[in-house]
Design a protein around this ligand. Structure first.
Ligand code: ZN
Length: 292
């Protein structure tokens, strides 16, 4: 997922959630609380080369749609990756070192750009340049849940028109390991992206949408795809309402025992525990043994 982060004034951060926030919560509650509630998400973000390649590719397809390069020869499409890398640098120079793309910038080397360009070229080549056209160039969605208390934000990489006239809500994925798609979140991600774009699609007169994953390294694989009836959007609302209620009603937490959890193993953790007390969220008395 790639999205431009914007703060929305009306609903406070404590009641605003993105896909990454739900994933952080599922991984480790304390880590989530520090990143989300204490607003340390970008400061604690850790990037790597593969994440940077994925970001270049995902932003590349957005730019491709925006510039409407459909059916153009490959030589016109590939320079997009290099231009996207400049765009990322620009975003970070505007928004500062603790912002959405700040960890990506650290890994934008000529090699990273070259590898992303190679993957893009290969994808384009295998599809014969037949990339489906986008029905919207929106890059970011906000969705206030019924009741007006909670907000979801973020969005898919694109909404493209399927051959059968059903819009496809698409997330592009790059993996550095073989069959990385086997570990994809096919629960919260499709639900959230469908919900975020649903009001736009309904407004445009669509009754159905197809959630689709496109794999940068497997251009012809269309297996990660399913149709959704937009009349059932209230089910998705309810799902996220419950997820958020569970989070905001939480008053206790424990450290996790994952040795690679950078938050639970941080020397700053006591400081964060104290900061969370101010929000009336407390460390549980019986602390599990920490495995180093
Ligand atoms: Zn943890």
């Amino acid at each position: 997922m790639v999205a431009w982060d914007k703060s929305h004034e009306k609903i406070s951060r404590l009641y605003s959630y993105s896909l990454g926030d739900f994933h952080d919560f599922d991984f480790c509650v304390f880590s989530f609380l520090v990143k989300h509630h204490l607003n340390k998400k970008y400061q604690l973000a850790v990037g790597n080369v593969y994440q940077a390649i994925g970001t270049l590719l995902d932003l590349g397809i957005k730019q491709y749609h925006k510039a409407k390069l459909y059916k153009q020869p490959l030589k016109n499409a590939v320079p997009i990756i290099a231009s996207v890398s400049m765009l990322i640098r620009e975003k970070v120079s505007q928004s500062g070192k603790d912002s959405f793309y700040s960890k990506t910038v650290e890994f934008l080397s000529p090699q990273t750009i070259q590898e992303a360009s190679r993957v893009f070229e290969n994808y384009y080549h295998h599809l014969d340049g037949q990339i489906k056209f986008a029905i919207s160039n929106k890059e970011f969605w906000d969705y206030i849940l019924t009741g007006g208390k909670y907000k979801l934000w973020g969005g898919p990489d694109s909404i493209e028109m399927g051959e059968d006239g059903i819009p496809e809500v698409v997330d592009y994925k790059y993996f550095h390991k073989e069959n990385g798609e086997d570990r994809l979140d096919m629960e919260k991600m499709p639900k959230l992206y469908l919900l975020l774009v649903s009001r736009d699609l309904i407004k445009l007169g669509y009754k159905k949408a197809r959630f689709t994953i496109r794999l940068w390294q497997k251009p012809k694989d269309n297996t990660l795809s399913f149709e959704f009836d937009l009349a059932n959007i209230s089910q998705l609302e309810e799902y996220f309402y419950q997820q958020i209620e569970e989070i905001v009603n939480l008053k206790m937490f424990s450290f996790c025992t994952k040795h690679f959890c950078q938050v639970c193993s941080s020397p700053q953790r006591n400081e964060w525990v104290n900061d969370l007390k101010i929000l009336n969220i407390h460390l549980a008395e019986a602390e599990p043994q920490y495995h180093s």
